[in-house]
Design a protein around this ligand. Structure first.
Ligand SMILES: Nc1ncnc2c1ncn2[C@@H]1O[C@H](COP(=O)(O)OP(=O)(O)OP(=O)(O)O)[C@@H](O)[C@H]1O
Ligand SMILES: [Mg+2]
Length: 231
């Protein structure tokens, strides 16, 4: 289970404090797929970055697979990121001077028990791209590569920040399909931040942020498959 417990985050100086996350509390069951919705600036990326150990919190705690994040120092957070997390971002964040295969290997190297890169490439439909550099592949392919890199280490938590934000409809649907497959196959907990309301219908838990506050945390009774989702 993932627990977010009375989380607070603010930026700025003492006189000019911007409260970006205000007393956020919720839990996610292991292996679930969750969606984080909210307008631009509502705090989605900040929440994911704190959950991912990239940003620190001011108050509260987060518990992932029994690990309490609040008391962790830099080194411990780094280990947590390396062992437990897979990240996928809107603009892929691939290493430009490494081939696709090498990019995926950077994920695999972080694990004691990684997935096989060739089998993963086959599963994600990027076998023909393995020898290319990121500048030689399409956006949809690049996002598949970044998913492969994140999944190669078999993370327990898969964090996706606007994974389809830069993609056309068909590529976005394909990427959602892959995320859904990986969630089912490896029972990885997935949390997706997005502006796209349609993505919420394929997630078991739907979280809504507004102006740094959690407005609702609801369970979907009827979950659509990535194939059925339309927008
Ligand atoms: N490092 C920072 N320093 C100061 N303010 C920040 C910092 N990071 C984020 N903010 C502010 O925190 C608020 C929330 O930003 P965040 O990136 O979490 O929003 P978001 O919901 O992800 O938005 P979007 O949908 O546009 O990606 C914004 O007002 C932003 O300007
Ligand atoms: Mg964001």
């Amino acid at each position: 289970m993932i627990t977010i417990d009375h989380l607070h985050k603010s930026y700025g100086t003492k006189d000019q404090r911007l409260h970006v996350l205000k007393d956020i509390t919720f839990t996610l069951p292991d292996g679930c797929m969750a969606c984080l919705l909210g307008p631009s600036g509502s705090g989605k990326s900040t929440l994911l970055n704190i959950l991912g150990g990239i940003e620190t919190m001011d108050e509260g705690d987060i518990i992932v697979a029994g690990n309490h994040l609040a008391p962790m120092n830099k080194k411990q957070l780094e280990l947590y990121r390396r062992k437990q997390l897979g990240f996928v971002f809107q603009f892929y964040n691939l290493v430009e001077n490494l081939t696709v295969r090498e990019n995926i290997l950077t994920g695999a190297y972080l694990s004691d028990d990684p997935l096989d890169v060739d089998a993963l490439a086959e599963e994600l439909g990027i076998v023909d791209q393995l020898h290319k550099f990121p500048s030689e592949i399409s956006g949809g392919q690049a996002q598949r590569v970044s998913i492969a890199r994140a999944m190669a280490k078999k993370p327990s938590l898969f964090i996706c920040d606007e994974p389809t934000g830069a993609l056309d409809y068909e590529s976005a649907k394909a990427v959602l399909h892959l995320i859904e497959d990986l969630n089912r196959k490896y029972k990885t907990t997935v949390i997706i931040a997005t502006h796209n309301e349609a993505i919420a219908s394929m997630c078991r838990v739907v979280l809504r942020l507004h102006d740094g506050a959690l407005k609702s945390c609801e369970e979907n009774e009827h979950i659509l498959s990535a194939e059925e989702v339309q927008w």
